[in-house]
Design a protein around this ligand. Structure first.
Ligand SMILES: C[S@@+](CC[C@H](N)C(=O)[O-])C[C@H]1O[C@@H](n2cnc3c(N)ncnc32)[C@H](O)[C@@H]1O
Length: 272
């Protein structure tokens, strides 16, 4: 049995790994428990480069937020935001525009508690502890409405989170619903795990299998399915690519040698 520590919300099961805390461990964070660390180590055993996968996703998110912010987007709806790992979306956005507004939506209680602590002193950002699948509730929530003006463009961020919505039609409909709620000039920032690649797809399938033992199983999807989420939107160059290939800042070795090891396809697109 794990020992409950003081920062742990009282009614959570610390003996079952959660994707938010496993991901936190892979990124070097401290908001995780034995069960999460064991699950992360099991993932590393099956996919030795899984920490790179997490880091590439996180740095894609950083570049994508910067891209949007540099084009005048100052509102972000971050769905499945995870731990507020440095740098968080609000920190990235506020570097470009200090008046930026960010709403984090997350269902994992430790991540929500940690986000609340960090954001208590940040007037432009808030966290909503909610299931992002309840789109109408998320969109109507006072946290969302107080911070975001849906008359102005919003970047809808689904970074490594839509693959936890297991039903494919529900997942696609969810992306459409959030995009329908924001005006022209808004952006979709999305990354999603795939087992379509020539390299690493067997390992991705093993990760998906492992995820069934966590609080939230995931699913890998095809390139064609992920691409279809951007139908009707204007894809930003270079289109749908592995996270490590999306406008990289530095010529990382893995980017040139084995891009499919990033395992998540990513894109940014503008709503016309
Ligand atoms: C792999 S983490 C990604 C975190 C962050 N978006 C990033 O890219 O660095 C996926 C997050 O999505 C959250 N998540 C999964 N399904 C969710 C749902 N239905 N509603 C809200 N959050 C969800 C998980 O709890 C987890 O924190």
């Amino acid at each position: 049995m794990s020992t409950q520590t003081s920062w742990v919300p009282p009614d959570i099961d610390v003996d079952r790994a959660s994707p938010a805390r496993v991901y936190d461990y892979l990124l070097g964070g401290a908001w995780n428990f034995d069960a999460d660390r064991q699950m992360a180590e099991a993932a590393i055993a099956r996919m030795p480069w899984v920490r790179d996968l997490a880091r590439y996703n996180r740095s894609f998110l950083s570049r994508a937020v910067r891209y949007c912010a540099e084009r005048g987007i100052s509102q972000f709806l971050d769905l499945g935001s995870g731990m507020p790992t440095s740098k968080s979306v609000h920190e990235m956005a506020m570097e470009i525009d200090p008046e930026s507004r960010v709403v984090y939506v997350e269902q994992e209680q430790v991540a929500v508690a940690h986000s609340e602590l960090i954001l208590a002193s940040v007037p432009g950002a808030g966290v909503l502890g909610a299931d992002m699948r309840a789109a109408q509730e998320v969109l109507a929530s006072p946290v969302t409405r107080e911070l975001l003006d849906f008359g102005e463009p919003v970047a809808v961020v689904m970074a490594s989170s839509l693959h936890y919505v297991l039903d494919a039609e529900e997942a696609a409909e969810l992306a459409r619903t959030y995009l329908a709620a924001v005006p022209a000039g808004s952006y979709l920032v999305l990354s999603h795990i795939t087992d379509d690649g020539a390299d690493g797809s067997a390992e991705v399938r093993e990760l998906v299998e492992l995820s069934r033992a966590t609080t939230s199983a995931g699913v890998a999807r095809s390139r064609a399915w992920i691409a279809s989420l951007f139908d009707g939107l204007d894809l930003v160059d270079p289109g749908l690519v592995y996270t490590s290939q999306w406008r990289p800042n530095t010529p990382l070795r893995l980017v040139t040698d084995m891009p499919a090891h990033a395992s998540l396809l990513a894109a940014v697109a503008r709503k016309p």
